[in-house]
Design a binder for this molecule. Structure first.
Ligand SMILES: [Zn+2]
Ligand SMILES: [Zn+2]
Ligand SMILES: [Zn+2]
Length: 89
């Protein structure tokens, strides 16, 4: 496994955890999600690209918040959108 880190990922000292086991945006519109991701800038819990609404990606594009972490049990990784960098921790 080759980790491709970037300055955004390297700047993270404490990984934010999911506050709730639900996508904050999907619950507002009564939508379904597949997996959850956590924005490492603001801590928002949002759904992955396999989910119909892809809220984590939309949030990253709209807000400019670069890094997400997986909120799934047993998954320990970070992803940076602008650099397309992936790192396990
Ligand atoms: Zn980056
Ligand atoms: Zn969602
Ligand atoms: Zn954010």
């Amino acid at each position: 496994m080759t980790d491709t880190t970037c300055s955004h990922i390297e700047a993270i000292e404490t990984i934010k955890r999911a506050k709730h086991r639900q996508c904050e945006e999907c619950v507002k519109i009564d939508a379904q999600w597949v997996h959850l991701r956590i924005c490492q800038e603001c801590g928002a819990t949002l759904c992955c690209d396999d989910s119909p609404n892809q809220h984590a990606t939309k949030h990253a594009r709209a807000s400019g918040h670069p890094v997400i972490a997986s909120a799934e049990p047993g998954e320990r990784w970070l992803y940076c959108y602008p650099d397309e960098a992936f790192a396990e921790y």
